[in-house]
Design a protein around this ligand. Sequence first.
Ligand code: ADP
Ligand code: MG
Length: 679
Amino acid sequence: MHISPGVQEKLSRLGIRTEWDLILHLPIRYEDETHLFPIADAPAGQIVQVEGVIIHNEVVTRPRRQLVCQIEDGSGVLVMRYLNFYGSQIKTYAVGKRVRLLGEIRHGYHGMEMVHPKCRIVSVSEPLADTMTPVYPVTAGLPQKTLVKLIGQMLQNAGQTKMLTETVPDTVIKHYQLAGFSASVINLHHPAPDVSIGSLQNRTHPSWRRIKFDELLAQQLSMRLHYRQRRQCSAPVLAPKNQSAAKLLERLAFRLTAAQIRVFDEISRDLAAPYPMQRLLQGDVGSGKTIVAALAALQAIENGFQAAIMAPTEILAEQHFRKLSTWFDPLGIRTAWLSGSQKKKQKQEALDEISTGVAQMAVGTHALFQDQVLFQQLGLAIIDEQHRFGVQQRLALRMKGAQSEQVPHQLMMSATPIPRTLSMSYFADLDVSIIDELPPGRSPVVTKLIADNRRDEVIARIQQACSQGKQVYWVCPLIEESEVLQLQTAEATYANLTAEFPHLTVGLVHGRLSPQEKTEVMDLFKRGAIQLLVATTVIEVGVDVLNASLMVIENAERMGLSQLHQLRGRVGRGAEASICILLFQQPLSEVARQRLRIIFEHSDGFEIARQDLQLRGPGEFLGAKQSGVPMLRFADLEQDGDLLEAAQATANEMLDHYPELAQQHIDRWLGDKSQYLRV
Ligand code: ADP
Ligand code: MG
């Protein structure tokens, strides 16, 4: 289709770059110009169309200048009023002209009236519209009329251009009782007069369901296709041997929960397959993912391969390193440690151990997937807190083993519980295991909301807790706009609290400390030498200090729900009853109020995540890091769960039996968009 560059530029402001975008530029509402009401019977308070002859035309000046006409249709008289008008309109709407008006009728002082109706001159017996009139989202300089025309042309040509051909197999359409694709698109742009406007508005009409189904299907198809393609790769077969695992489990101070056993079983089976595992292990904060990761690593190591675990922060990586060393050293398994800030010599040693295979286990931060890191034989890559890594970084570690023909297995772990529908949708290219049970013997964390002006109470509480030998976290306000300001705040808080508690040992940990410094502080805290630890949100992920049973979070109203949940998960790790105090500053915004209410009322991470998703929508919820995945425009995961299930089943069936249609469908929705609008 030929469109001028000026119009194209404006279209692109609406996100319309291709013919397909134009087709999917769906109306925000409709106007009913398919029938006429007699003026006398026209209902008030809704948009109606009437037609009549102008019997009076006058510009009045009081109370303000306006154009007032009277229209008569044999049943009654209606006043048409324009408060803003062009001089030309006075002439156009001359007495004797026949006009068709679309607008809302009100009962005014002078009887029935329409203010600023859509009005056009018509001839006697001018035909009515035979479909509803679409109203599209517009942008400055691109009037409704232009869009209606462009989209109308698009739809007319669709037969020739094959833009609306059916891509879903007949059997699927019958099975799910779906409406046809082209009929649905046409109907959404130009609904028949008898359509239920309500079902269009709330997007439950079969035409809407079809569009949403197709959108979900495209997402499922592309993700399942990726999944299948990766399955074509070969990976080392790592059969369970379980000797080291048994020894490790014997020595642990605890027994695995049923959920841990179940997820490890799922992982263990994947590892034994000749193609790479692509599994996401989800489990709430403190559900015990680390031991599961360790068992998985052992399975790789017992088969003569290496395993690697990558964590997003130095603190967390270091913590993993220590835990794994304590677990693995007695088994005669060497664990190497690699971090970005290591001294050159140590780093070289670690690199050597990894490349020669002396170290069977490697733990580290992002440093693990840099080019100079060569594994002798990487069998399993584990990524902790995967949502903290970008898609690219995860891919990089996956490819680490690719010196050989084989791709390593990959296990991703996340403590951000993801609601089921979201997970089915945006993680459809992964297998998912869920630890849905916390280890026994934990007492739940009591959450308290305290306004900033009652800080004294909090100070007293800290005093009391420390005198009983407990340890305390004090989390500084998050200042997203400025890292410098964030640091200053943390240092100021540290100074204040040191002054406030002359008898306590206060420590400070923040993101700008060198890794060594961080480790030293965390060590002192772990050993109980620091009683009150002032921290920025660097402690958000994974840090595990059992004796810490009180946490104060300052300016909690600034933090997101998952962040608050993660932070709160740092306490309540031992048997000691724990308290998390959320200090907030008034006045609270509405969203902040809702967030605090949710975190106060719920401790279950999945429930918190579900509500968070409702509050923010999937785009925000998943965060920019997941942006490799196309977001949904039409389908609503809460409302359209049934369609999602149908799309998932259909995607698998189409990839098995209708690969060509599947490809067509993917190209249509996500393809290279070759059909750019032409100048
Ligand atoms: P997360 O899932 O948040 O990574 P961790 O793996 O750090 O959780 O485990 C949290 C704490 O719970 C650790 O101290 C760990 O040793 C302990 N733990 C893990 N599994 C169990 C279990 N089955 N019983 C008791 N404690 C456990
Ligand atoms: Mg963890």
